[in-house]
Design a protein around this ligand. Structure first.
Ligand code: XUL
Ligand code: CO
Length: 435
């Protein structure tokens, strides 16, 4: 077994004046913010796939990361080696959660039943580790997009056998997630969409997805899984037209198929940007429709149009998303999964630590700013005042008709005067809370 992180010490909080790059400057896990500790509020998770599986490739070149568990050899032994190193990473970082796809933790077998046995072997190993570790599972998910069987979709595949294979995989993965004490189960529809309408029956595919997700919800109740079921919207990539484009699109879909009380959303920063929304837009939409669940935190590159999944390091960008989340009480069983990968030139073990430390610090620093913003109250008051006249005009939303209003406008000589939207004032106000 390898010891890939042996030269890295346990990461401690040393405060903002520390010059030690392997220390937290802001993430003091036990610091109380808005009534809870930073750790309890942020519920941060390492994502297994980007941190331990991703080899550093890009469309022009392959692997740049040389991790011991990526070398040739027995695949199950490598999965165990990866797991040992992953837990050492979690412990040294002091992170409370992790997330995984089934295929991240163990190789696939020749048949579904062999795959299921291999999964069980590694899931049992994870279970042993969880007994002695403080780390917990934030969520599990089935990878229904990497294998070539899923090239034309999983639940939305024209071939019913693929639909069945995907359903069996989700059953297995949801049960394993529950067995490991996972707090949520995520579904990202990586291949649920299409490349060209020429070969696509869109209504049939949507109906398949609706049926599939109804079965997922039924199974959750059958096995007594108490966590949230979360759908992760994304507009494009890998398919050109994804069926779960953004929060609003997923909400419409859920309502059509009677699922709006069964699923909440896992909203990802980089996906929001690809949908030409802001992260805060997606979060505010989900909150206002009671479908907010969890977030995948990363950032895109504003100069390129694809999902670069970079670690977050910009406090200003996160203030409004965090404001919405924490003003509304914060996470219930959801949390903050770092769905982010280091750059392909960042090939050393310490690079993985720098990335995670930086993003934990960024999130802590943002929450500290948001606490000030909430306690100060002037932003909240601004919004209240902007809409306060509606409190005395309730009949406009209930009993009045166009005819009534028409009479009213004439009788009262209503002649609205524009008022400033105060954008620059608000931008300055928000900045004043960031240290
Ligand atoms: C892909 C993505 C996934 C999901 C889990 O863009 O975000 O990693 O988070 O399948
Ligand atoms: Co994601």
């Amino acid at each position: 077994m390898s010891d890939y992180f042996k030269d890295i010490p346990t990461i401690k909080y040393e405060g903002r004046d520390s010059t030690n790059p392997l220390s937290f400057k802001f993430y003091d896990a036990n610091k109380k913010i808005l009534g809870k500790t930073l750790e309890e509020h942020l519920r941060m998770a390492v994502c297994y796939w980007h941190t331990f599986n991703w080899p550093g490739g890009d469309p022009f070149g392959g692997q740049t990361f040389l991790r011991p568990w990526m070398e040739s050899g027995d695949k199950i032994e490598q999965a165990k080696d990866k797991l040992n190193n992953a837990f050492e990473f979690f412990e040294k970082l002091g992170i409370p959660y992790f997330c995984f796809h089934d295929v991240d933790i163990a190789p696939e077998g020749e048949s579904f039943s062999e795959t299921e046995k291999i999964q069980k072997t590694i899931v049992d190993e994870i279970s042993k580790k969880l007994e002695t570790s403080k780390v917990k599972l934030l969520w599990g998910t089935a990878n229904l997009f990497s294998h070539r069987r899923y090239m034309s979709g999983a639940a939305t595949n024209p071939d019913p056998d693929v639909f069945q294979y995907a359903a069996a995989q989700v059953k297995m993965c949801m049960e394993n997630t529950m067995f490991l004490g996972g707090q949520n189960y995520v579904l990202w529809g990586g291949r649920e969409g299409y490349e060209t309408i020429l070969n696509t029956n869109m209504k049939q595919e949507y109906d398949q997805l609706g049926r599939f997700l109804n079965m997922v919800a039924e199974h959750k109740h059958k096995i007594g899984f108490k966590g949230l079921l979360l759908i992760e919207p994304k507009p494009h990539e890998p398919t050109k037209h994804q069926y779960d484009f953004d929060s609003a699109n997923v909400f419409a879909f859920l309502q059509k198929y009677g699922l709006e009380r069964e699923f909440k959303l896992n909203i990802e920063q980089n996906h929001a940007i690809l949908a030409k929304h802001s992260f805060e837009h997606e979060i505010a939409y989900a909150l206002s429709n009671d479908i907010f669940g969890s977030i995948d935190i990363n950032r895109g590159d504003y100069l390129v149009g694809w999902d670069t999944d970079q670690f977050p390091n910009n406090v200003e960008e996160l203030v409004l998303p965090f404001y919405y989340i924490f003003k509304n009480g914060g996470f219930s069983s959801g949390g903050l999964n770092m769905d982010a990968k280091i750059r392909r030139q960042s090939i050393d073990p310490e690079d993985l630590f720098y990335a995670h430390i930086g993003s934990m610090d960024t999130c802590a620093r943002t929450l500290i700013a948001v606490e000030k913003m909430i306690n100060d109250g002037s932003y909240e008051n601004f919004l209240k005042q902007r809409y306060e006249q509606w409190a005395s005009e309730k009949q406009l939303m209930t009993s009045m008709s166009l005819e009534d209003i028409h009479k009213n406008v004439i009788a009262k000589n209503i002649n609205p005067q524009p008022k400033s939207g105060r954008q620059e004032y608000l931008e300055n106000l928000i900045n004043s809370f960031v240290d």
